[in-house]
Design a protein. Structure first.
Length: 380
């Protein structure tokens, strides 16, 4: 990935946008909070239905700490065809789990076939796509996995930055899958206080993680009824690795040996460098499971992390689409159903769809048959 990183940031010319009050001293600074840069994405990182595609670097506030400036990254894809007089409406795409290392950032890699198909659909419908990487992916520092505020502030700032340098309409649909569903719902929850100028009029979620005061590691990590009995390892183990590493970065007093068995420790030590696909492959190869990898103390880790994982509110002022794969074992179906029930009970207008036989990844594109009409009904 280092090769692609160098190609992205050094080979391709960058266009630098300054705010109206940028001083000359700031022009020389690569971390000025008033600078937004855009760089043409390599063709292999692009989308077929895009007329133009860029990576951007933009100023944000550190949501993990709650204060302090940082520079984060995102990708922006513009549809084909003439630009509408009032600009393109926006799909803010919050991506699923890719890892916690810098080079795992989606803007530094080709999109998966699944995501390409999904995002090309929105482009073909005339939506520009703003796709934040999240703080620490493609930018400085470790990515704090599933940190609700950290993901939200970075994602909201990506939209604000993109609106300043592209012909985009202030009409936004947040769309997210898996970790991205968590990021999207956190973003719309924080939007009123953090970015009230943004006009978000719909949210689409699939495979949504949900943590509340009653969350139990035993329930989250229990084998799903649809799990393949012959499966060598547990695909949820990488998520637990990432959560621990994110918490340990904030609190060095946390000891891996309190939560993980010896069998898991060597791979845990590499998890901050491995993106999700190679990490999951190693988990399966080494046959790591809840039984042979985790200790009972894992509940304590969840308790420590819960504050960062929870949404700021379940009451959203616009309609929310929730798609659930009935055969999802990555984010347990029971967790997703509880999320949908609690969001509805909080007073949010919801449209919930259960997809029989579809797993965590498999639900993404088939859900379009329902989410596209939902989104188009919200179009102003």
């Amino acid at each position: 990935m280092d090769y692609f990183k160098k190609q992205l940031f050094w080979t391709i010319p960058a266009i630098v946008i300054f705010s109206s009050h940028t001083a000359m001293a700031e022009v020389k600074s690569t971390v000025s909070p008033t600078i937004i840069t855009k760089t043409v994405l390599p063709e292999s990182f692009g989308l077929m239905e895009a007329s133009a595609q860029y990576s951007i670097e933009y100023p944000s506030t550190d949501g993990v700490k709650g204060t302090g400036s940082r520079i984060d990254t995102a990708a922006v894809f513009l549809p084909k065809g003439p630009t509408p007089p009032d600009g393109w409406p926006i799909v803010a795409w919050a991506h699923g789990t890719v890892g916690i290392a810098h080079d795992c950032a989606p803007s530094l890699n080709p999109r998966t076939l699944r995501d390409s198909q999904y995002l090309n659909t929105w482009l073909s419908l005339g939506y520009a796509i703003v796709a934040p990487d999240y703080a620490g992916l493609g930018s400085e520092g470790l990515h704090h996995y599933l940190n609700a505020r950290g993901q939200a502030w970075s994602s909201l700032d990506s939209i604000t930055a993109a609106q300043k340098i592209f012909p985009l309409k202030n009409q936004i649909i947040f769309v997210g899958q898996s970790q991205g569903a968590h990021a999207a719902f956190a973003s719309v929850g924080y939007q009123k206080e953090y970015a009230p100028e943004l006009n978000i009029n719909g949210t689409v979620l699939t495979g949504t993680p949900y943590f509340n005061e009653n969350s139990s590691a035993a329930k989250i990590l229990s084998p799903a009824k649809h799990a393949d009995k012959a499966m060598a390892g547990d695909p949820k183990i990488p998520y637990i690795f990432y959560i621990f590493l994110s918490e340990a970065a904030k609190n060095p007093q946390l000891k891996a040996g309190d939560y993980f068995q010896d069998k898991a420790l060597p791979l845990l030590a590499r998890a901050d460098e491995l993106c999700i696909t190679p990490l999951t492959e190693e988990v399966m190869k080494q046959k790591l499971t809840v039984e042979n990898s985790l200790k009972p103390g894992i509940q304590n880790l969840l308790t420590v992390a819960k504050g960062a994982l929870q949404y700021p509110t379940l009451k959203i002022d616009h309609p929310v689409f929730i798609g659930i794969g009935e055969a999802d074992i990555n984010v347990p179906t029971a967790m997703q159903k509880q999320f949908a029930a609690d969001v509805k009970a909080a007073g949010t207008q919801t449209e919930v769809h259960l997809y029989p036989g579809l797993d965590h990844s498999g639900v993404v594109n088939p859900s379009l048959r329902d989410s596209v009409p939902f989104v188009l009904s919200r179009k102003e």
